[in-house]
Design a protein around this ligand. Structure first.
Ligand code: PLP
Length: 400
């Protein structure tokens, strides 16, 4: 018999979304006519924009012709796509050679574990996108520091109280809270990583949602970040590519390990060894998304989801709940001040709306709910009407 990888046994059961689905099913069995609206998931729902979809079909069509056929491409990605990302998303702050195209950020977070191995210590935000922690545990990493992000610290960790770790994962705009770090905070984060000789892994999957021009869209807007930071990027939430699969990771040439060797060289070795490059169809889709028409289409898609986010945010503000996110992010994080699963049940039974319990993202999420803007405008408007009615009635009852 083969012994089980002991690190797999250390993972907490994937509890959050299965539990949500279990409760949804139980509710629907009792109420088969109920029309649930899901504001629970982080997946995109609206169709691809026309020009971007056309780029993908042209790529697929081209593969069926002698001139358009291509097999394995460079493992680091098609040069045109790398150049376009550098130009359009980084204003050439980053050299295209430092951009490695992938099949999405989640996959790259997994591969980052190979880069750093089992001996590194890490810090993550709490609440947190669970993939950083789970993949680190799978690799056998043992030292995980949780950086509390709550209303008390304006959802930015108190760095003066944090011990040094080798890696610091930081996600802004944040999933699940929707909070964004401002320039001064990111400067602090970069200095903190520099002083501690740590590597910052900055997850910018939602950067396209930033509307406030004063908020940096990439960590490389902060001077010196290219000496300490890796950045994760994704087409998933900006172009609706959650199923198409396309992302990238920036590993700047200046980033070094303790022994002076280049981090980039090892990353290149990893992507060449256990990843054969992103699909050529999705890469051509990405090139289309980054031309003039494609950029306008992505802005349009993002604006649509942000419209939903604003509707949700405005509702909770109107009802007097403390709220963060929804302005520069597709998530609205609402403080109900009651156990998250109780609120989940109340919203499910009382409004037939599904939201995600904040406690599922870490201890600091208890009492909160995450509302996702990834639905149609029509469903979101309907959810807002139902939530207003239900929550107003609940408040009336509480007052009596
Ligand atoms: N990073 C964050 C913070 C996310 O929320 C997600 C997806 O929800 C990802 C990364 C993964 O994105 P991808 O679809 O590129 O794997």
């Amino acid at each position: 018999m083969v012994s089980r990888n002991p690190h797999m046994a250390k993972l907490k059961a994937g509890y959050l979304f299965p539990e949500i689905n279990k409760r949804k099913r139980a509710f629907l069995e009792k109420n088969p006519d109920a029309k649930l609206i899901s504001l629970g998931i982080g997946d995109t729902t609206q169709p691809l924009e026309k020009h971007i979809a056309y780029s993908l079909t042209q790529a697929a069509f081209g593969l069926g012709t002698p001139e358009g056929y291509s097999g394995y491409g460079p493992e680091q990605g098609q040069p045109v796509l790398r150049e376009r990302i550098a130009e359009k998303l980084y204003r050439n702050r980053i050299h295209s050679d430092d951009i490695f195209i992938s099949d999405g950020s989640k996959c790259d977070i997994g591969r980052l574990q190979l880069l750093f191995g089992s001996e590194v210590s890490i810090a993550v935000q709490d609440p947190v996108y669970p993939v950083y922690v789970d993949t680190s545990i799978m690799m056998g990493q043992q030292e995980i520091i949780y950086m509390n992000c709550s209303p008390e610290n304006n959802f930015f960790p108190d760095l003066s109280k944090l011990p040094r770790t080798d890696l610091i994962y930081f996600c802004s705009p944040n999933n699940p809270t929707g909070a964004t770090a401002n320039r001064a905070q990111l400067e602090q984060l970069v200095s903190f990583a520099k002083e501690n000789k740590s590597i910052l892994i900055f997850d910018a999957a939602y950067s396209m949602y930033i509307q406030d021009p004063t908020i940096p869209k990439t960590i490389y807007e902060i001077p010196g970040a290219d000496e300490i930071a890796i950045e994760l990027g994704s087409f998933s939430k900006m172009a609706g590519f959650t199923g198409v699969r396309l992302g990238w990771t920036v590993v700047p040439a200046k980033l070094e390990f303790e022994d002076g060797s280049l981090v980039k060289r090892d990353w290149d070795r990893i992507v060449s060894t256990c990843f054969n490059g992103a699909s050529n169809i999705s890469q051509i889709g990405g090139i289309g998304a980054l031309d003039e028409l494609g950029m306008a289409e992505m802005q349009n898609m993002v604006s649509g989801y942000l419209w939903n986010a604003r509707k949700l945010r405005d509702l909770f503000v109107e009802l007097g709940y403390p709220v963060v996110g929804g302005d520069n992010a597709p998530y609205v994080w609402v403080n109900f001040g009651e156990p998250s699963w109780d609120v989940f049940e109340s919203l499910l039974c009382g409004a037939q709306v599904v939201a995600t319990p904040g406690s599922g993202f870490g201890g600091a999420g208890e009492g909160f709910m995450r509302f996702s803007a990834f639905n149609s405008a029509k469903n979101t408007e309907e959810a807002v009407v139902r939530l207003r009615k239900h929550l107003t009635a609940t408040k009336e009852v509480a007052r009596v």
